[in-house]
Design a protein around this ligand. Structure first.
Ligand SMILES: NC(=O)c1ccc[n+]([C@@H]2O[C@H](COP(=O)([O-])OP(=O)(O)OC[C@H]3O[C@@H](n4cnc5c(N)ncnc54)[C@H](OP(=O)(O)O)[C@@H]3O)[C@@H](O)[C@H]2O)c1
Length: 339
């Protein structure tokens, strides 16, 4: 028989555990509400703030430049081509200024700094968005030569580092922001070539920059987009380059892959990119805009559902899981079938 004392203890324990669970839920809800409110605070005076964006001919950079221009920011949009600059000027207000910049050319970067210094004066530079990038060549590692790696690293990593270093004095003046465009490929190496390496490098560079520059009031955010339809994911460009790489391979390497490998690879790539690439690039530029306008910008922004719910979680799992997923997306070389 259950005594009255035992029953009382049992009831008290049940009430206590119920209370503990309710308190934990309440605290979690309050923390989420606090985070949400804090995340929505904005800085003011957009019209007094200068933002410099690289790679504005197309894609994220182009949309971000027009988006910030509409918000009243003083946008300085760096383009690689005259045509890109002319088209952007036509699509934006007279406030937006375009400038020619090749991020692999130190002299071009120095000219950009001079131009920006004159524009911003004593105010300094509020925002630097390192966005310029290229993807090709991408493909199996043994299809590459050393220069295939360096031509991507020069734009996507060394370009980001040099542009940032040159602009730091102007950013310090304004206690400004650096927004670096990495990728989910900076967390998971899905393909050979320089692209993934460059984005892992951008992640590491941005982490050290954030820690070192916080003492000077500079905030650093990293954008990690999933897959979006833009120039860097253009299948025509990627496939044409893969055919070039294949045509340069020695016959024994081609034999180890098999006659049909290139076509199978291209087909598998077309299939997965067709499913993965989102046409809504505003998901990325909204993250960039938040990093420039929020009073408390986030350190990392996963942009796109695939990044948030698939690639970033996958990057925390053991490597054999990501190996399985990536292997399932690509065909097997002929020699592998005999191993
Ligand atoms: N699209 C995606 O799925 C995705 C995902 C993750 C990260 N990203 C990153 O997002 C950034 C923007 O790319 P996007 O997707 O918007 O593709 P995009 O339309 O090709 O934009 C890249 C821009 O960078 C410019 N550029 C290339 N080389 C340059 C150089 N040496 N100096 C200055 N500018 C140069 C390109 O100019 P041209 O057009 O004249 O070549 C282009 O305007 C890149 O860093 C890319 O790696 C893209």
């Amino acid at each position: 028989m259950v005594s009255t004392a035992n029953l009382t203890i049992y009831l008290l324990e049940a009430i206590l555990s119920h209370l503990t669970l309710s308190c934990a839920l309440l605290l979690a809800t309050l923390a989420a509400i606090r985070w949400y409110i804090r995340d929505s605070y904005k800085v003011d005076g957009f019209s007094q703030k200068h933002v410099f964006i690289t790679g504005c001919d197309s894609g994220f950079g182009n949309l971000l430049a027009r988006q910030l221009d509409r918000k009243g920011f003083q946008v300085m949009a760096a383009c690689l081509t005259e045509k890109g600059a002319a088209d952007l000027s036509t699509a934006a207000s007279p406030r937006l200024k375009t400038f020619m910049l090749n991020v692999t050319d130190s002299a071009s970067i120095r000219r950009a700094v001079e131009f920006v210094s004159k524009e911003v004066g004593e105010r300094g530079l509020w925002g630097l968005v390192n966005n310029a990038g290229r993807s090709v060549p991408i493909g199996p590692t043994d299809w590459m030569q050393l220069e295939d790696f360096t031509k991507v690293l020069d734009v996507n990593l060394i370009g980001v580092i040099e542009v940032t270093l040159q602009f730091l004095p102007l950013l310090k003046k304004a206690h400004g922001r650096v927004v670096n465009t990495a990728s989910i490929l900076g967390r998971l190496s899905l393909t050979g070539g320089g692209y993934c390496l460059s984005k892992w490098g951008v992640e590491a560079f941005s982490d050290s920059l954030r820690r070192d520059m916080q003492h000077f009031g500079i905030k650093v955010s990293i954008i990690e987009p999933g897959f979006f339809k833009t120039g860097v994911t253009s299948l025509d460009l990627i496939e044409a380059d893969q055919r070039r790489l294949w045509s340069c391979l020695p016959q024994d390497v081609k034999d180890s892959y098999g006659d049909t490998y290139l076509d199978d690879y291209v087909k598998a790539q077309e299939f997965s990119m067709g499913i993965l690439c989102s046409p809504d690039i505003s998901k990325v530029t909204r993250c960039m805009e938040h990093a420039l306008t929020a009073r408390f910008p986030r350190t990392r922004y996963g942009a796109g559902w695939d990044a948030k719910f698939f690639w970033i979680p996958l990057s925390y799992l053991p490597s054999f899981v990501s190996d399985l997923v990536i292997n399932a997306l690509l065909p097997l070389p002929k020699d592998k079938r005999h191993v």
